[in-house]
Unconditional design. Structure first.
Length: 126
């Protein structure tokens, strides 16, 4: 039983790492590869919820950190502080999603389950 809980705990920890869709390539892409990348990025953006912390890396080397606001017709909107920044999806090389809030909820649930298991074990044995 404890091995299964440990495996579940490790799985949840690595889930946050696996959901970070950062595309890091230094080589220049041709038009066909850019079109494929654009399709991948559209699919990734469909999974991002408004308010998620993201980092966008552009082909010209610029990096933008902010919270995802929306994506309409190939335009990605980020909220950076009090300002909004609209970027064309065709200019984006990669997206990094920071899943801290989601993982925090999962970790709190796991901690609650662990404490409940400890209390239950203590009550049953004493």
């Amino acid at each position: 039983m404890s091995k299964n809980i440990l495996l579940l705990f490790l799985f949840c920890l690595t889930t946050g790492c696996a959901s970070n869709f950062y595309l890091n390539e230094k080589k220049e892409l041709d038009e066909a590869e850019r079109k494929n990348r654009y399709t991948e990025l559209e699919q990734i953006i469909q999974t991002i919820k408004p308010g998620d912390a993201v980092t966008l890396v552009l082909y010209n080397g610029e990096t933008f950190d902010g919270t995802f606001y929306s994506s309409i017709d190939g335009i990605v909107s980020l909220r950076m502080g009090d300002a909004f920044r609209d970027l064309e999806l065709s200019d984006v090389r990669g997206i990094a999603i920071k899943t801290q809030d989601r993982m925090k909820k999962i970790m709190m649930a796991l901690m609650f389950a662990t404490v409940a298991g400890i209390v239950t074990t203590f009550v049953v044995t004493h």
